[in-house]
Design a protein around this ligand. Structure first.
Ligand code: SF4
Length: 228
């Protein structure tokens, strides 16, 4: 399994939670790539969206990762940040935003990272509920459908990545994991990681629903950011 890349979708504040102080060291020792959400490089915007003190703890988490080699030039410890739009819109161009993040985080906090990934919000879970409560759900779905691009189909992450929950159960992506939509494969209602070793996944079906339009809209969206 040495050629399998493992990515941890990391909440930066967990790195300073009591009982999890050694998590960053563990991830570094296991050569796990870290992908962490940071909705803005400004304290005020992050704290308004995520709660008081979240920005400070996120910066502390990033400093800890940098000190272990994450995101540093020449290091093989990958550190990527994730940006989602806050409202019912498609993300802005990824490269320009990455340049802004890199400049601000380096200048203000001495923090470095590899790439910023802009990800289109999925109309599910908390974001989906917010859209429904504001009467914006249908409009957002229409925006996603109107911006469908077939060029993105070859790159959607479910074609080359599996998502594994903490119990070892398998999903086509972390969005399907949030929806508790298991990978439709392995002749099992609940395919598990242990079954994967005996079963190649080539050509297996993928559980798609309307939320998949978020991956195919505009410049495309995946755990690696835009697709084109
Ligand atoms: S949301 Fe749909 S298209 Fe996107 S990665 Fe998951 S299964 Fe694939």
């Amino acid at each position: 399994a040495a050629d399998i890349k493992v990515i941890d979708r990391c909440n930066l504040t967990i790195l300073s939670e009591p009982g999890h102080e050694d998590l960053a060291e563990f991830l570094a020792a296991e050569q796990v790539a870290v992908s962490a959400s940071l909705p803005c490089y400004s304290r005020d915007n992050v704290d308004i969206q995520r709660g008081d003190g979240v920005f400070e703890r996120s910066i502390a988490g990033l400093r800890k990762l940098n000190a272990l080699g994450y995101g540093q030039p020449g290091s093989n410890l990958e550190l990527n940040l994730v940006y989602n739009p806050q409202g019912p819109s498609l993300p802005p161009p990824q490269q320009a935003l990455e340049n802004d993040y890199k400049a601000h985080l380096k200048e203000d906090f001495g923090i470095v990272f590899n790439h910023l990934h802009t990800i289109t919000n999925q109309p599910i879970a908390r974001f989906g509920s917010t859209l429904v409560s504001r009467g914006q759900f249908e409009g957002y779905m229409q925006l996603l459908r109107d911006n469908f691009s077939a060029d993105n189909l070859a790159g959607v992450m479910c074609r080359g990545t599996v998502s594994v929950d903490w119990r070892g159960y398998l999903y086509d992506c972390d969005f399907n994991q949030m929806l508790d939509l298991p990978m439709p494969v392995l002749a099992s209602d609940r395919p598990h990681l242990r079954e994967l070793l005996e079963q190649p996944l080539n050509q297996h079906p993928i559980a798609t629903r309307d939320h998949c339009f978020a991956c195919t809209a505009g410049q495309g969206s995946s755990c690696g950011g835009t697709l084109n």
